[in-house]
Design a protein around this ligand. Structure first.
Ligand code: AMP
Length: 644
C-alpha cells in the first residue's frame, strides 16, 4: 500500500491501491477495500460522521491528493499510445505540463474513433475502456464520446455517497421517509465494434453499483428501479409519478437531475392527473403500461383501491392555480433536488411558483468526462451555489480566463448574462499556462481542464468557473457558463456557430422567393413547458424596404429547416424526449434591429464595434423585439433523429 495523503488514520487504513484489476465491474465485490480503485477510501455510507470526516480530509489535503492522483494516472498510463508520444518514459509533472498539450475534443477524436472501431490496444488508457459515454456536447453534430472504465463506476458511487452526509448536515430526518426522484434512462447504441455508447447516467443506473446498491436509510426512493430503467420514457414517467403519488405521505424530498426534467414531470402530471387518480381509485394500472417490470412493481405499490387518496389528489389537481402544487401533493417535502445552476437557472422562478418557496438544492457538478464537485452548502440560494472540486476525482488544471475587450460590453448589456460571455477568446491562445487546483485565486475566472483516470489528458471541459471561496484548502467554484453555448433548454447546447449554420440553411428558402433576411437573433423561451427556441427575423423584399407578404407554409418550412440543421442532442430532445417544443420564428418590423442597437449602445456598447448579439437574455432587450413582432410561425414537425 502506498503512502496515503489523507491525514485521518482511520481513513488512511482504508485507502488502497489494488494491483489486481478486475476485467468486469460486475465481478467486483462492492465494499471490499482491496477492490476499490486507488485513492478512494472505504467507509460505511450510512455513517454520516465517517462521510464528513472523509470530506474534511479530502479538502484539507488537496495538494498532496492532487499530486498522488497525478502520479497514479501517469504511472498507470505512461505507456499508452497517446502519452508515450509526449512523455518518453518521464513521469515528472513539469515534463507533463511542458509536453502534453491542452486539448479539445477534436484533438482526441481520432483516438476515440479507434476505440469505437474496436482497437483494443492501450490507446489512451491502460485499463480497458468498457464503454463510451455520449455527452450532450457535440462534435460534427454528433455527441462527443468519453471513455469509461470499469473502476470508474466505483469512483462515481464514492462521489454519490458523499452527497448524503452533506445533506444530512443541513436537513434533519431524511431517514424518516423517501425521496421522489424522477430518474430516466436514455437510448443507447453500440459502436461498430460493439462497445456500448450511452449517456453517463444511463450507464450508471444500469450498472450493478446502482441496481445492487446496499440499503441506505437516508436514500430510499419512491421509484422502483424497474420504473427508472424502463426505456419507454412515457411509461417510466407515468409509473414514477404514480408511485410518488401513492406514497405521498412518505415523501420528504422531490427532484430530478436537472430543473428542466423536473418541470417536464410537472407538465406531465398536469396532462395526466385524471388518469393517475383513476388508477389510484381502482387500484388498477392503466392498460397502456405494458412494460412487464413496470406493471409488476407499480401494481405492488398501488396494492389496492385507494378512493380517498384519489379524491384528495383530484381535489388539489383540479384547483385553478397550480401554485404551491408540490407542497400540496407532497406535504412533507423539505426541498427540491434539481440542478438550477448554469443554463438551468432560467427555471428558478417557475420552480418557485410550483414549490411555494421550498429550497432548490443543486447538489453536484459533474459530466460525462468526470464527476467534479459537491455543493457543501446545499440550502444556499441558486445564485449563491458553489461547488467544491473533490481532489481525488481527477487531476485538475485551470486556464485563466481574463475579462475581455470592448466588444464584450454589448454582451454585458444586451445579453444580460454577464461579462463572462466575452472572455473566451483569451483562452483560445495555445500558450496560456494552466494553474493548479491549490493555486487558483479568489474572484478569478478559469476554464476547467481535466486529466482523468479514464484516459483524458489535459482535456478542456468547456466550462467557465469562478472561484468564490475555499472549504478548508479546497477551492469552491461558481459555475459561470459553458464556453460557446448561446441557447439551451434541456441538455442541448447550441453554439453561435451551430445557430448561424442552421439559419443560413433556412434563409436560402426565403431568398429563392426574393426575400432577404437582414438580421436575426434568438432566445430560449422557457415561459411554457417545454421551452422552445425563438428566432427573431427581420425580413425585407429584395429591392425595397418593405416587409414582404409571407406564406405560412414557407415560413414553417424555415422553422423546420433550422431544427433539422441543429445537432443531434437538440433533435433528440425535440423528437424523442419531448423536452423542447417546436421552434418559433417571430418576424419583426423593419428597423427593429436598429432599435436593439440603440438600446445596447444606451447600455454602454461601443457603436463602432457593435455586432448584433445572436442570443438575447436581457428581459428589456427581448421586450424591444417582442413589441415589434408582426407575425410568428412554428415548426410543424419534429426533426429527424436516430441513434447512430
Ligand atoms: P454531459 O457531458 O452531457 O454530461 O454534460 C456535462 C455538462 O453539463 C458540464 O460540463 C456542465 O456544462 C453542465 N453541468 C453539469 N452539472 C452542472 C451544474 N451543477 N451546474 C451547471 N452546469 C452543469
Amino acid at each position: 500500500m502506498r503512502a496515503c495523503p489523507i491525514s485521518c488514520t482511520a481513513v488512511k487504513q482504508q485507502f488502497s491501491t489494488c494491483s489486481r484489476k478486475p476485467k468486469d465491474v460486475n465481478q467486483m465485490t462492492r465494499g471490499n477495500p482491496c477492490q476499490l480503485p486507488g485513492m478512494l477510501p472505504n467507509y460505511d455510507p450510512n455513517d454520516n460522521e465517517a462521510g464528513m470526516k472523509i470530506l474534511e480530509d479530502l479538502t484539507e489535503n488537496v495538494e498532496q491528493i492532487q499530486q498522488r492522483v497525478f502520479e497514479e494516472i501517469i504511472t498507470r498510463n505512461a505507456r499508452t499510445d497517446y502519452l508515450k508520444g509526449f512523455l518518453d518514459g518521464q513521469f515528472d509533472k513539469q515534463v507533463f505540463k511542458k509536453t502534453v498539450p491542452v486539448v479539445n475534443y477534436e484533438d482526441i477524436k481520432p483516438y476515440i474513433e479507434r476505440i469505437a472501431n474496436g482497437d483494443s490496444s492501450n490507446i489512451i488508457s491502460a485499463e480497458p475502456i468498457i464503454e463510451l459515454l455520449t455527452s450532450s456536447g457535440t462534435s460534427g453534430g454528433q455527441p462527443k464520446m468519453m471513455p469509461s472504465t470499469a473502476e470508474d463506476l466505483h469512483r462515481k458511487t464514492f462521489f454519490y455517497n458523499l452527497l448524503v452526509p452533506v445533506m444530512n448536515k443541513y436537513v434533519d430526518g431524511l431517514d424518516e421517509g423517501k425521496a421522489m426522484y424522477l430518474l430516466f434512462v436514455k437510448p443507447e447504441t453500440k459502436t461498430p465494434s460493439g462497445l456500448m455508447a450511452r449517456p453517463v447516467l444511463t450507464s450508471y443506473y444500469k450498472s450493478n453499483n446502482f441496481q445492487n446498491r446496499p440499503f441506505n436509510r437516508f436514500n430510499v426512493f419512491t421509484s422502483p428501479d424497474e420504473t427508472i430503467l424502463c426505456s419507454d420514457s412515457k411509461q417510466s414517467m407515468y409509473c414514477q409519478l404514480l408511485c410518488g403519488l401513492v406514497q405521498r405521505q412518505e415523501v420528504l424530498r422531490v427532484g430530478a437531475v436537472f430543473a428542466s426534467a423536473f418541470l417536464r414531470a410537472i407538465k406531465f402530471l398536469e396532462d395526466n392527473w385524471k388518469e393517475l387518480c383513476s388508477n389510484i381509485r381502482t387500484g388498477h394500472v392503466s392498460d397502456w403500461i405494458t412494460d412487464p417490470g413496470c406493471r409488476k412493481v407499480v401494481s405492488l405499490v398501488l396494492n389496492k383501491p385507494k378512493p380517498e387518496l384519489a379524491d384528495l389528489i383530484e381535489h388539489e389537481c383540479s384547483s385553478k392555480s397550480w401554485e404551491r402544487i408540490i407542497k400540496k401533493l407532497w406535504p412533507r417535502t423539505k426541498y427540491i433536488e434539481v440542478i438550477v445552476t448554469g443554463s438551468m437557472a432560467q427555471y428558478v422562478s417557475t420552480l418557485e411558483y410550483y414549490s411555494g418557496g421550498l429550497p432548490l438544492v443543486s447538489t453536484m457538478y459533474a459530466s460525462s468526462e468526470c464527476y467534479f464537485g459537491i455543493n457543501f452548502k446545499p440550502l444556499s440560494k441558486p445564485w449563491d451555489v458553489s461547488y467544491t472540486l473533490i481532489p481525488n476525482m481527477a487531476y485538475f488544471e485551470f486556464l485563466p480566463v481574463k475579462e475581455k475587450n470592448e466588444d464584450g460590453a454589448q454582451y454585458v448589456q444586451c445579453n444580460g448574462v454577464c461579462k463572462e460571455n466575452c472572455m473566451e477568446k483569451e483562452t483560445e491562445k495555445e500558450d496560456v499556462e494552466t494553474v493548479e487546483l491549490v493555486d487558483v485565486k479568489l474572484g478569478q475566472y478559469y476554464e476547467l481542464v481535466v486529466t482523468t483516470f479514464t484516459g483524458l489528458y489535459r482535456y478542456r471541459v468547456g466550462d467557465i468557473l469562478m472561484v468564490t471561496g475555499f472549504h478548508n484548502k479546497a477551492p469552491q467554484f461558481r459555475f459561470v457558463h459553458r464556453r460557446n453555448v448561446v441557447l439551451s433548454i434541456d441538455t442541448d447546447k447550441t453554439s453561435e456557430e451551430d445557430l448561424l449554420k442552421a439559419v443560413t440553411k433556412a434563409k436560402v428558402i426565403v431568398e429563392s422567393l426574393g426575400i432577404l433576411l437582414i438580421e436575426y437573433t434568438s432566445y430560449a423561451d422557457t415561459s411554457s413547458i417545454p421551452g422552445h427556441y425563438v428566432l427573431f427575423w427581420e425580413l425585407t423584399s429584395k429591392g425595397n424596404n418593405h416587409l414582404p407578404v409571407l406564406d405560412p407554409k414557407i415560413m414553417e418550412q424555415c422553422c423546420s429547416t433550422v431544427e433539422e440543421s441543429l445537432d443531434s442532442v437538440y433533435r433528440r430532445c425535440r423528437r424523442k424526449d419531448n423536452s423542447i417544443g417546436p421552434l418559433e420564428i417571430r418576424v419583426v418590423q423593419h428597423g427593429t434591429f436598429d432599435a436593439l442597437m440603440d438600446f445596447c449602445v444606451s447600455q454602454g456598447s461601443s457603436v463602432n464595434q457593435y455586432k448584433t448579439p445572436r442570443c438575447i437574455k436581457s428581459g428589456e432587450a427581448i421586450n424591444i423585439l417582442d413589441s415589434r413582432v408582426v407575425t410568428r410561425f412554428f415548426s410543424q414537425k419534429a426533426p429527424f433523429w436516430e441513434l447512430v
